[in-house]
Every structure is written in structure tokens, then in C-alpha cells.
Design a binder for this molecule. Structure first.
Ligand code: HEM
Length: 523
């Protein structure tokens, strides 16, 4: 055999292959540029939210998963709207920090819809309110769930928040202490929010020390959520059959899914058993928890509005959307109040005057607690837990930014990223965007608020979240003061960077991770 000829042949084939690949990449690159109308672009090998972009950190050559967060003060400096072209892999993206463009993308009947792939992680158990397409089955889901979010439910949220807060301080031993140091206020407030959603959303009041599944040796629901959230990437990339392999993280991820499925199955069965023994009149008079309404809609004879799978999936998404977001927001708010003692003092003065004699806050106090709501809104501006509104054009479209900026063409091949972080740090809308200024939201000239989304797909749980978080904050500030636990020689700016800014993670929602705090009893 002529080995020299064989190698020569192989080399030629390799060169031809490489040439073809290069030609194909160049063609794709041109098509991607065309898909965004040759708009001003930045170039990276991959897109930030897919593999392998998300696997590598955000750096000069890679737009990692925290691209928008880490670039919040820089990437929009020259252009409020620009394209990101992944030249090796992934669709072209149009990033915008423009309110005007975001309004056009999220408006009712706008030619934009959810992108199925972007909400893949929330489709773990099937389609639901969050994952359905606006021009698909979404309105059917929203029609079923909408009526549950009413005043009666919010009353329930408030009462449950008071009860759970007291349960927390008693169970965590705070009631016997003057100073509490916690390594992670995030863990406590996340648990608080989970207990509220299980109680109010599903009629399952659980005590602080007995979260579901707390039998010895098994994962609790809280742990299951944490594992599932942290390992979302594993869920998205590892095929189902491989989840059974004997690797620790795979096993834990699998266990977390099983736990969540089991708890939800129990929820559904228990509730069905309760509802089954009731007449129609009794059903109507029943406490209208989100869950009762879902079951009702599911079971009503001849009028099944949601399939069993959809019911299951909506239960999951409510548990998820209803706890992670509020927990992370509360953690960020407490962290910021700790390093802005003047703002904390102002909020405390409101609470002290309103709750004279140390009484508990009631539902009717909500409006008077507006300065506390402003602290939460401002923290959520700085750390928007739902940080990206991702949409795909349903037809080729032109977006028109404000002022002098040129119109932007986007084809159906493009993903449009309305970057809430980008908008929230845009100095045109929020002067001194890095500073925590709660009075932005009470000065009578409030800017538009994007942190709960916009348009018909905006957050259905906004008021739910604001009630539970305001109540928590009122109770905490009434009795306690929060302080940062500084390292020797550390400034509060250094603390903010280390504990808040640099610990932000993006799984499904975004926010600081743990937030260590010193909590001192007020005398
Ligand atoms: C601080 C707390 C919260 C924040 C920051 C937040 C943020 C958001 C955002 C930005 C969206 C829009 C996403 C998009 O357009 O792609 C959204 C949608 C949604 N949120 Fe929230 N959320 C919070 C709390 C809650 C709570 C407590 C619940 C339920 C109890 C909830 C349930 C939902 C649902 C079901 C949707 C999808 C609505 C639809 O597409 O029709 N959220 N949320």
C-alpha cells in the first residue's frame, strides 16, 4: 500500500472539509447579520444562554450566562440596542435597554411571542402559563388562573405572612436572642416565600420546622427546589436515560425532580379528595386558592379546561415562580437596607409610627407602608430577579427606538432580549442608577417599572409578591435592625460588591446568592 499517497488523500479530504465548513460558517454569519438588518453588532463564538456559551464564564471572548448582568454599566454605553452575533453557534440576538423598544415587543398583539427554548426549564412537567405561546394556548391557561389572584387571596397572603414570620422567629430561636448572625438571609426568606405559596397557593399550611418531605433521610421540598434550580443546566443537557447514572449530582438532580413530583401529586390527590366530597355551592364558597381554581377548572364535568398534565405543570410553575423570585428580592432588599442605614431608618420610622405600641401590621396597612414597598421596588430595580424578557418575532418586523436612533429590522430568526437589568441601569430613566434610592418610587414622578415584566404577559403574581414581601419587611423592621457583617478593613462598598453584586447567579431567576447579615433587636 502507498502510505504516502494515502496521507496525501486524507490531507486533501481534510482541507476540503475545512474549506466547506468555513464557507458554511461565513454564509451563516452573513445570514445572521441580515436577520438583524446589519444593525450594529458585537461578535462572540456562542450565544450566552445556550451551551457552550453558558458553560464558560463571561469574558472578553465569551458572552457567558451573566453577560447582561456583568455588562449592566458598560455594554449599552454606545448603543441602547445592539445585536449579538454568535459566529460559531446559536441564533442572532438583539439586546435592548430601551423602554420604547421593550414596549413595542411586549405590547398586546405585537408580532412577538415567547421562544419555546428559552422557557425549556419551566416545561419540566409540561406546558403551563409561563411556557405557553401568546398566540397559542396561553389565554386558556390565563383565563383559568386569573380569577384566583383577587383581594381575598391577598388577605390570605397577608395573614399567612404574619403567621409564618412569627413561626420563623420562634423556630430559629430569634425570640430568645438580642443579636442574630446569619450566613444566609437568602435561605430564610426563600423558605418563608415557599411556605406562603404552599399555604396560600395550595391550602397547605406547613410549619417552619416541618416542610414537606422532612422525614429523616429524604430531601425536603426546599432542598429539592434548591438542587433543581442550581442544576437546571444538567436537566437541560443530560438526556433522561442518563439521569440514572451513579454520579452524585445527577442522582441529586433526579431525586429533586422526584421529590417535587411526589409533593405535587400529594397536593393534587389531597385536594381532589377534599373537593370531591363538596357540593357545587360549597365549592364556590371554598377558599379560592390558586390551586382550588386549577383543580376546579380541571375537574368540572364536561368543561375540562386544563389537561391533567397542564394542571400538574401549572402547580409546579406557581410553586417555582411564587417562591424563588420573592425570596431573592427580600434577600437583596435586606442586604441593601443594611448598607444604607439612612434608608433603613426612614423605613423604620414609617413602621414605628404606623404600628404604634408594637401591634402587628394588617392587610389594611398595605397602602400606608408605601415607603417599604418603595424599598422593595428599588431593590428589585437593582437586582431584577426576572431579568430578561425573551421574545421571537412572529414575522419580520421593524423596531423603532426613541429619539434619533435608527429603526432596527429583526427577522423571525432573531431572538429579541428586552434586558430588564439594562433598562433598570439606564441613566436616561434612572439617574445615578447604581445608587439605592427608594424615594424614586414615592416622589410623585415615578418612572415606569419593568421588574415585573410588561404587557399581557406581565407577572400575574405581582401583587401577591408585594403583599408578602411588604408584610415580612414591616414585621422585621418593627423589631429588628439589619447590619452587614464586614470583614476586617472592609468598606460597605466592598461588602456590596462581594456579597451582592458578585454573587448574582442566573438559573431561571437572577439574584444574589446568600447575603450574610447581623440582625439586632431594637430596644
Ligand atoms: C418579586 C417577585 C416576582 C418577580 C420579580 C416576578 C417577575 C416576573 C416577570 C418579569 C414576568 C414576565 C416574564 C416574561 O414576560 O417573559 C413574570 C411572569 C409570571 N409570574 Fe412573576 N414575578 C414575581 C413573583 C411571582 C409570584 C409570587 C407568582 C405566583 C404566585 C408569579 C407568577 C408568575 C407567572 C405565572 C408568570 C407568567 C405570566 C404569563 O405569562 O401570563 N410571579 N414574573
Amino acid at each position: 500500500m502507498d502510505l504516502g499517497f494515502h496521507i496525501q488523500d486524507l490531507r486533501t479530504q481534510l482541507l476540503v472539509g475545512l474549506g466547506a465548513l468555513t464557507a458554511w460558517l461565513i454564509l451563516q454569519f452573513i445570514l445572521k447579520l441580515r436577520a438583524v438588518g446589519f444593525t450594529r453588532s458585537k461578535f462572540y463564538p456562542f450565544q450566552p444562554f445556550g451551551l457552550p456559551g453558558a458553560l464558560f464564564p463571561n469574558t472578553w471572548w465569551n458572552a457567558g450566562v451573566l453577560y447582561a448582568w456583568e455588562g449592566r454599566n458598560t455594554i449599552y454605553k454606545d448603543h441602547e440596542t445592539f445585536a449579538l452575533i454568535p459566529y460559531l453557534m446559536g441564533p442572532p440576538l438583539l439586546f435592548t435597554s430601551s423602554l420604547e423598544v421593550t414596549r413595542q415587543v411586549t405590547a398586546r398583539k405585537a408580532p412577538f411571542d415567547k421562544n419555546k427554548k428559552s422557557v425549556q426549564g419551566l416545561r419540566l412537567f409540561g406546558e403551563n402559563l409561563v411556557t405557553e405561546k401568546s398566540y397559542g394556548e396561553w389565554s386558556r391557561h390565563r383565563r383559568v388562573v386569573n380569577p384566583a389572584f383577587n383581594q381575598e387571596l391577598y388577605h390570605h397572603v397577608w395573614d399567612s405572612s404574619v403567621r409564618t414570620f412569627k413561626d420563623m422567629t420562634a423556630s430559629e430561636g430569634w425570640d430568645l436572642k438580642d443579636t442574630v448572625e446569619t450566613k444566609s438571609i437568602g435561605d430564610l426568606v426563600s423558605k418563608f416565600a415557599l411556605l406562603i405559596i404552599t399555604d396560600v397557593g395550595f391550602g397547605m399550611p406547613l410549619s417552619w420546622n416541618e416542610p414537606p418531605g422532612s422525614e429523616e433521610g429524604t430531601m425536603t421540598l426546599l432542598e429539592a427546589f434548591e438542587v433543581m434550580t442550581k442544576n437546571l443546566l444538567i436537566t437541560l443537557v443530560v438526556p433522561k436515560w442518563a439521569m440514572g447514572l451513579p454520579l452524585k449530582e445527577l442522582q441529586r438532580t433526579k431525586q429533586s425532580h422526584e421529590k417535587i413530583m411526589a409533593v405535587m401529586r400529594d397536593f393534587i390527590q389531597e385536594r381532589r379528595a377534599q373537593l370531591g366530597s363538596k357540593t357545587d355551592v360549597e365549592r364556590v364558597n371554598e377558599s379560592r386558592t390558586v390551586f382550588n381554581l386549577l383543580i376546579d377548572a380541571n375537574d368540572h364535568e364536561g368543561k375540562a379546561v386544563l389537561s391533567d398534565q397542564e394542571l400538574f405543570s401549572n402547580v409546579f410553575v406557581m410553586l417555582f415562580a411564587g417562591h424563588e423570585t420573592s425570596g431573592k428580592t427580600l434577600a437583596a432588599t435586606l442586604g441593601l437596607l443594611a448598607i444604607y442605614p439612612d434608608e433603613q431608618e426612614k423605613a423604620y420610622t414609617t413602621v414605628k409610627e404606623l404600628l404604634a405600641g408594637g401591634r402587628d401590621p394588617t392587610f389594611d396597612d398595605f397602602d400606608a407602608l408605601r415607603p417599604l414597598q418603595a424599598c422593595l421596588m428599588e431593590a428589585l430595580r437593582l437586582f431584577p430577579t426576572g431579568s430578561l424578557i425573551i421574545r421571537r418575532p412572529t414575522e419580520d418586523t421593524v423596531l423603532r427606538p426613541e429619539g434619533e436612533q435608527p429603526p432596527v429590522f429583526v427577522s423571525t430568526k432573531t431572538l429579541v432580549i428586552c434586558d430588564i437589568t439594562g433598562i433598570n441601569y439606564n441613566p436616561r430613566y434612572y439617574p445615578d442608577p447604581n445608587v439605592f434610592v427608594p424615594s424614586r418610587w414615592t416622589n410623585g414622578n415615578e418612572p415606569e417599572y419593568l421588574s415585573f415584566g410588561a404587557g399581557p404577559r406581565a407577572c400575574i403574581g405581582r401583587r401577591f409578591a408585594m403583599y408578602e414581601m411588604t408584610c415580612f419587611l414591616a414585621l422585621l423592621l418593627r423589631d429588628w435592625k439589619v447590619e452587614p457583617i464586614l470583614r476586617p478593613g472592609e468598606s460597605t462598598d466592598g461588602w456590596r460588591k462581594r456579597v451582592l453584586d458578585d454573587t448574582v447567579t442566573l438559573t431561571i431567576t437572577m439574584g444574589p446568592d446568600r447575603v450574610p447579615l447581623r440582625i439586632l433587636r431594637r430596644t
